[in-house]
Write a new protein. Structure first.
Length: 284
């Protein structure tokens, strides 16, 4: 069996081009470009790389990137004060707080302080609640990117046995909800799951986001399974995913590479979410 590689570059570029075209039209109508405020606390190297990727994407689509780099010693009061000022600024249509935050900062309180109409990450309880109810909302970028990737490659989830490995608020939980809303039969596994293989062996599609290198191996899945690898980590100096990419060749029906699979989709969805909040706020 030849394994199909589900690259994210082409579908991501398609989204970027569409968003850029829509923004160009809307700028003439509204009289300004959308504004995305990115708040970065500290000097975490991966976070700095992610922010630079987002800044470049903003340039491509015509979004004004407004970066706010705070020191790692920034207090809760100072962080919340900045967010409140961004909430009040008319030219700011989206607010993104780069995660992870320094341990002394209360992540839930900070994310909850963002105006839900500017919550381009989709992490605010209001937007998460609407996702839970199956209503139209701003949804987290990575799960949204995963669903868009599936649609691009024509992979249906309705009626499929799917397993989500990882139960984070950022990826696992919202992705499971999106799959349920698409009428998939969903099993969520996590660090306390007793027998992971028991679940992965029955799956038609596996979504994995744990940060554990090569957790999913050939003997754990049935032939023809589709694997969406959302994890990323370093192993012997190389960037790898949560699935044993090489070992699953000619066994899995399809698999996303790491890097180059879900990653480009996440940034593209951020641009799409910023366009969405811009439309909502301006009525365009």
């Amino acid at each position: 069996m030849k394994t199909e590689i589900l690259w994210g570059k082409n579908p991501a570029q398609g989204v970027i081009q569409r968003v850029a075209s829509e923004i160009e039209t809307l700028k003439a109508e509204v009289g300004r470009m959308p504004g995305l405020a990115v708040v970065l606390v500290g000097n975490d190297p991966p976070s700095q790389i992610y922010v630079s990727h987002k800044t470049r994407a903003c340039e491509k689509v015509g979004i004004q990137s407004l970066e706010h780099h705070l020191s790692s010693h920034t207090t809760m009061e100072e962080t919340l004060d900045l967010i409140q000022r961004l909430n009040a600024q008319e030219e700011v249509d989206g607010i993104l707080v780069q995660l992870p935050l320094s341990p002394h900062l209360n992540q839930s309180e900070i994310l909850g302080s963002i105006d839900p109409s500017k919550d381009v990450d989709g992490f605010h309880p209001y937007n998460m609640g609407k996702l839970f109810l199956g209503e139209k909302s701003i949804v987290p970028c990575t799960p949204k990117g995963v669903m868009t990737l599936l649609d691009y490659y024509g992979i249906p989830v309705e009626g499929q046995e799917v397993v989500v490995i990882g139960a984070s608020n950022i990826v696992g939980k919202p992705l499971a909800l999106m799959l349920v809303n698409r009428m998939a039969t969903v099993t969520v596994c996590h660090i306390m799951t007793k027998d992971l293989t028991l679940h992965t062996k029955k799956a038609d599609i596996i979504f994995i986001a744990t940060g554990v290198p090569h957790l999913i191996k050939r003997e754990m899945v049935r032939e023809g399974v589709i694997i969406i690898d959302i994890g990323i980590s370093r192993m012997q100096g190389k960037i790898v995913g949560d699935a044993d990419f090489q070992g699953l060749q000619e066994w899995a029906g399809a698999i996303t590479p790491v890097p180059g699979g879900v990653g480009p989709m996440t940034v593209a969805m951020l641009m799409e979410n910023t366009l969405q909040t811009f439309r909502m706020r301006t009525g365009a």
